[in-house]
Design a protein around this ligand. Sequence first.
Ligand SMILES: *[C@@H]1O[C@H](CO)[C@@H](O)[C@H](O)[C@H]1NC(C)=O
Ligand SMILES: *[C@@H]1O[C@H](CO)[C@@H](O)[C@H](O)[C@H]1NC(C)=O
Ligand SMILES: *[C@@H]1O[C@H](CO)[C@@H](O)[C@H](O)[C@H]1NC(C)=O
Ligand SMILES: *[C@@H]1O[C@H](CO)[C@@H](O)[C@H](O)[C@H]1NC(C)=O
Ligand SMILES: *[C@@H]1O[C@H](CO)[C@@H](O)[C@H](O)[C@H]1NC(C)=O
Ligand SMILES: *[C@@H]1O[C@H](CO)[C@@H](O)[C@H](O)[C@H]1NC(C)=O
Ligand SMILES: [Cu+2]
Length: 710
Amino acid sequence: MDRLKQIAKQTVAGSAPVSSPMHPLDPLSPQEIKAVASIVKAKNKGKEIMFNTVTLKEPVKSAYYHWKEKGGPMPARLAYYVVVEEGATAVQEGLVDIPGQKVIDIRNTEGVQPILTPADLQATEDIVRNDPTVIEQCVLSGVPKEDMKNVYCDAWTIGYDERWGASRRLQQALMYWRSDEDDSHYSHPLDFCPIVDMNAKKVIYIDIPNRRRKVSKHKHANFHPNSIKAKYGTKENPSGYRQDDTPINVTQPNGVSFKMAGNVINWSNFSIHIGFNYREGIVLSDITYNDHGKVRPMFHRISLSEMIVPYGSPDFPHQRKHALDIGEYGAGNCTNPLSLGCDCKGVIHYMDAHFPGKTGEPVTVKNAVCIHEEDDGILFKHSDFRDDFQTTINTRGKKLIISQVFTAANYEYCLYWIFRQDGTIKLEIRLTGILNTYVCDVDEDVGPWGTQVYPGVNAHNHQHLFSLRMHPRIDGDNNSAATSDAKPSPAAFGSSANMYGNAFYAEKKTFKTVADSLTNYDSSTMRSWDMFNPKSINPHSGKPASYKLVSTFCPPVLAKEGSLVRKRAPWAEHSMNVVPYADEDGGYGRLWPSGDHVAQWSGDGSRGMRKWVGDGQDSIENTDIVLFHTFGITHFPAPEDFPVMPTEIFELMLRPRHFFTENPCLDIKPSYIRTTSEVRKGTQGIDSCSLNVDTTSRLAFSNTSGCCNE
Ligand SMILES: *[C@@H]1O[C@H](CO)[C@@H](O)[C@H](O)[C@H]1NC(C)=O
Ligand SMILES: *[C@@H]1O[C@H](CO)[C@@H](O)[C@H](O)[C@H]1NC(C)=O
Ligand SMILES: *[C@@H]1O[C@H](CO)[C@@H](O)[C@H](O)[C@H]1NC(C)=O
Ligand SMILES: *[C@@H]1O[C@H](CO)[C@@H](O)[C@H](O)[C@H]1NC(C)=O
Ligand SMILES: *[C@@H]1O[C@H](CO)[C@@H](O)[C@H](O)[C@H]1NC(C)=O
Ligand SMILES: *[C@@H]1O[C@H](CO)[C@@H](O)[C@H](O)[C@H]1NC(C)=O
Ligand SMILES: [Cu+2]
């Protein structure tokens, strides 16, 4: 039976009842969240509970493909939930069978704290503002007590503080003052740091530095129109905005070239299920490619599974700043509604995201995921020099972009999952938003651990490290992985195997065990990693169908061995960790490399990646494997990053190698082509772009000094 056709029909048929989702990987609908909440509430009758998480418990892989490929039944529709019970120290988590309307698993887990929610952050600010000891410290810092309405805090996960451990639900409050409501408070940090108990709803301690620093009263640095006007406005140009900026308009007169059936997108021979959850945000599953009529699996699932932002100042309490934003806040739950900004341009298909509110009622983030296409420049081109390049082909490509933007307190992370028509899958990340800042005296030397980016504003060194989780399924479930290094021939210069000394090759080392896979990036060999199906051999090259991970933004974690950062992010030890896939692994599957519950984890014990690696002896050759890749950047702030940071961009890609038998996009109609015989006969080939180009070009250049053709 054609499952996807069936899905398409259901879309047309309209609203699905609570008990029958369209696709087993679809995120929970608002109705499902509501249903789960009432089942959980009934189970907890008489207790005061606050909802933290209600999300899809994805079916295990085998059940999914039994449904998808073998005509098996729809896998059980399950929800995973976490609730915080008033007065309890344990976290209650469990599973709900949605159609069966019952809780089928319930655990009270001690010694962990659940993920922080936007509501927690808001609550912390209110607690801090009204606390008398905080008010006292504000006064000492130079903020009068009448001005408490202008005191703000960025509530941060505490990371782990040995003074309190994980017994209480804690946050650290990074303090700031605004000179007025529209001030960017990052220009005015305060020097002390209250610790807030979220359950007791009070400040339990204030960390006060030995050296006190008064709040900077330097005029705030801002990016609002009134600030630009004040700074750059002139009589001729009062707004201060540049006047030579003309619009670039995108028109897609015939709409998009993708088709959506529920959450399944088909685009340029790819088919992808787009999921979304509170933690990873966008999840891409069941990625296949229609290769001349044969649908070939590529990946079972790809997502960002964790990240860490460790800061580099040795001064207490800044060592606590090392947010694991995905596990501690959630890339999904902090996601922006994109309708409010010009986040994407062109013809857009949006998807909403749904979360539970405190009481379990569904809360919707409108337009959380943006799906659109962009021009992608030249896909391929060749010209023949023999007739002055008149014999030429130029095929322009386009790309499909599935994106979201999430805000982690001061920072924005823009995530773009990009598909190219040649089978490449890219992840582009843009960092923007505002630096985390701390107060300094104007004449203070803040180096080498930070930079004074504005008078009185010290921005600490930090890293942004991500863990990309890839579950390949290249032509089947059993895959292998390897490093690939560009190496000179080992044979001596002048020997018969390397007579002229010029020989080089790609050295491929296939991982047999988990221990073999724990490898780091090496720019000297342009190291890349291959994932491949050893049983699916390319008829031309004789090599296995592969996807190559090309990723060069791979800084090593700079915190020392044994530090909290290294303990709490065991996955960041290496650029690559490959482990066997496991359906359950005692918890909720091998999804979270810093453990199921990350907030306030001390980093001790066997959890997440540390547990999966174990003694390193598990076999990962020609079996079902999951790859976790660490990548990111090390950020030394500079004044250009302030008061708001222009997007810093880095990316990685997964390229098909030996997967196709030839360039897979030869069947894309060229934008321009003229063959040698057409040139000779003076006839035209295909030309679908030169008209557009010429009319717009002439507007920009004068007729005489313009284009070379004149
Ligand atoms: C181009 O877009 C701008 C706004 O982004 C709009 O004001 C303008 O009318 C558009 N121009 C054309 C020719 O569509
Ligand atoms: C999408 O692609 C899949 C796999 O190539 C195919 O089975 C399905 O029919 C396509 N769906 C639509 C709506 O074209
Ligand atoms: C792309 O998919 C179409 C079917 O939609 C198929 O006819 C074509 O051969 C495919 N192209 C390639 C390069 O596989
Ligand atoms: C997600 O956000 C909602 C709304 O702020 C909140 O009530 C919910 O508890 C959050 N859930 C998680 C898992 O962060
Ligand atoms: C996949 O590998 C497992 C061992 O890891 C083996 O039991 C199974 O038969 C293999 N399946 C295929 C299709 O090769
Ligand atoms: C200059 O270009 C414009 C726009 O294409 C055209 O109308 C005009 O005739 C040209 N002038 C000359 C002298 O070629
Ligand atoms: Cu940064």
